[in-house]
Design a protein around this ligand. Structure first.
Ligand SMILES: NC(=O)c1ccc[n+]([C@@H]2O[C@H](COP(=O)([O-])OP(=O)(O)OC[C@H]3O[C@@H](n4cnc5c(N)ncnc54)[C@H](OP(=O)(O)O)[C@@H]3O)[C@@H](O)[C@H]2O)c1
Length: 309
């Protein structure tokens, strides 16, 4: 395994497991053998961190992680409030995760939404103190919510490992409103989910299979043509694809990209992309071009509808 930092890029698994999900949303599904090869590629390249949650792959994603990932792989899992679990049931949900993984420990455990922060976090802290969790993270939290949560963790003498929010070239709200800087100042990792915007930041190829996401993207894709062009030019300069430019855009800023990988080449692309450092000028060009397209994506607003205090 590579000696580079294990948390330099994360393998996202939300499209692992459900054939229906893969076909409808992504235009195709992948078989277990392909996922097995994807895991092998990740392990060989030292990208041995797999991000998941109970609903990924319509419930199948976690079970596949348990089946396919070796013990040396790290698992990033989540407690999702407001699903089938109610107040006081973090431990119950966590136990289901452990059963799916066939393990007695989870490396990073995220509170998936800022719901009932104090109650949920105190239950997660308990698990951490029992040695069942390696690091605690917050997902889809605003800056104020992060501050509140960190104060509670500080009081309990527990470090905050990371914040996991939506971020990409075209969704930079969390940077503009100070959250990314706050993470840097506090030694907290910022993990970006959907750095490829579920495929929207992958310039379309002629003849590719239609999917629900592609239909949703149609209008936005044509407006993003100037951005695709810049991604192509910058990628060519560094010997990488436009999709890899979207990944390198994050890693060049010290943001950890989580990229949805279900094929071995996607893992090798991810690995190569995070080794590239884009210049400040290149980053500026990408940001200005993205802003000039006027394409809006739900950034900081994403999932706020599900936040219940
Ligand atoms: N914390 C949260 O609330 C939250 C929410 C959403 C997601 N996440 C995490 O973030 C991860 C990433 O999000 P995502 O999977 O939805 O979307 P994503 O990573 O932004 O995009 C995935 C899409 O990009 C394509 N792709 C991947 N690697 C590529 C490459 N090297 N070249 C060209 N295309 C490539 C995939 O193609 P194929 O269709 O061919 O595979 C798929 O269509 C999730 O898997 C999950 O772990 C977290």
């Amino acid at each position: 395994m590579s000696s580079k930092s294990i948390y330099r890029a994360i393998v996202g698994t939300n499209s692992w497991g459900s054939k229906a999900y893969g076909r409808v949303l992504r235009g195709s599904s992948v078989d277990k053998e392909t996922l097995r090869q994807t895991v092998e590629e990740a392990m060989e390249r030292g990208l041995a961190v797999f991000d998941t949650a109970q609903d990924y792959g319509l419930g199948q994603g976690q079970k596949l992680i348990g089946e396919l990932c070796p013990r040396t792989a790290k698992i990033s899992a989540k407690y999702t409030p407001g699903t089938k679990y109610v107040k006081g049931q973090v431990r119950r949900s966590f136990q289901k995760d452990l059963n799916d993984f066939g393990r007695d420990h989870v490396d990073i455990y995220w509170l998936h939404l800022p719901n009932c922060i104090e109650q949920n976090l105190s239950e997660i802290i308990e698990l951490y103190k029992e040695g069942k969790i390696g690091g605690i993270g917050l997902s889809n939290f605003s800056l104020d919510e992060c501050r509140t949560a960190k104060a509670q963790l500080d009081k309990a003498g527990v470090p905050l490992f990371g914040v996991q929010n939506h971020y990409s070239i075209i969704a930079r709200d969390w940077e503009k409103n100070g959250l990314v800087d706050w993470c840097r100042e506090n030694g907290v990792q910022f993990w970006a989910w959907a750095v490829l915007e579920e495929g929207l930041l992958v310039p379309p190829k002629k003849g590719s299979r239609l999917s629900l996401m592609k239909l949703i993207f149609l209008n936005k894709q044509s407006r993003l043509l100037p951005l695709y062009k810049k991604m192509h030019i910058i990628g060519k300069r560094h010997g990488i694809t436009p999709a890899q430019v979207a990944i390198a855009f994050c890693s060049s800023k010290g943001i950890v990209p989580i990229c949805g990988c279900r094929k071995p080449y996607q893992v090798s692309d991810l690995d190569a992309a995070v080794d590239i450092t884009l210049s400040e000028k290149e980053i500026e060009v990408l940001e200005q071009t993205a802003d000039s397209t006027g394409v809006k994506i739900l950034g900081a607003d994403m999932f706020r509808f599900a936040v219940k205090k």
